[in-house]
Write a protein that binds this ligand. Structure first.
Ligand code: SF4
Ligand code: SF4
Length: 211
């Protein structure tokens, strides 16, 4: 799932600049993250109205990153959208860009897009993937060091780990400690003799942009 977090209200108010605003949410990842579902859209509407922002309408798209759905659903709000100076989108960066492609309006990203992650429990997420483009998880026993190690170490730990914790963030397990424990338990420590080549980022879909 795409993990997002709410932006600071003062940053949003600066961007909205006292203009008339239409708010857009997303029924998928942003709903699960509690950053852009109906509840959060209505809460944002109330907060902004209390700050004097004129809210002309709102909708939760299903989902915001679907171009044809956006065209169809936003058409139903054409009058409210006509009255809006700006559109505030509470969806991931992909959803914001899709809405922007449909509307001839200034579109403001209302939340920050962080990573692809796992839901541990309600409102608690862990980074699992940064969409590097060529997945080599099998080298690492399905613990991704590209996303889960702050230094993206591909061939063993950096040397700073203490008692299995990461030197960059002591609340976080060192992913290489996890990889080692897992390989040991499964009797596959020999896999560590294999040198993983540096990532060729030119293979990343980040470069291709389109599939
Ligand atoms: S290797 Fe790349 S694609 Fe695979 S999980 Fe890690 S970041 Fe994601
Ligand atoms: S301690 Fe482990 S997870 Fe942290 S930066 Fe070093 S290798 Fe990466």
């Amino acid at each position: 799932m795409i993990i997002t977090k709410q932006k600071e209200l003062k940053d949003l108010l600066n961007r909205l600049n006292d203009k008339s605003v239409f708010i857009v949410g997303c029924s998928e990842c942003a709903t699960v993250c509690h950053t852009g579902g109906e509840k959060e859209v209505l809460a944002m509407k109330d907060v902004l109205q209390k700050k004097g922002v004129n809210i002309v309408g709102w909708v939760v798209l299903d989902p915001a990153c679907n171009l044809n759905n956006d065209k169809r659903l936003l058409k139903k709000h054409i009058k409210e959208l006509d009255a809006a100076d700006k559109v505030l989108v509470l969806a991931c960066g992909s959803g914001v860009q899709t809405v922007s492609e449909v509307l001839d309006k200034e579109v403001i990203a209302g939340i920050d897009t962080l990573f692809l992650g796992e839901i541990k429990r309600v409102n608690e997420f862990e980074k699992r993937c940064v969409t590097c483009g060529v997945c080599e998880l099998d080298f690492f026993e399905d613990f991704c060091p590209v996303s889960r190690c702050p230094k993206s170490m591909l061939n063993g730990p950096c040397g700073g780990s203490v008692n299995g914790k990461c030197e960059v963030n002591k609340d976080m397990d060192c992913v290489w400690s996890e990889i080692f424990s897992h390989l040991k338990e499964k009797g596959r420590l020999h896999k560590l003799k294999c040198i993983v080549e540096p990532k060729d980022w030119s293979n990343s879909v980040c470069i291709d942009r389109r599939l």
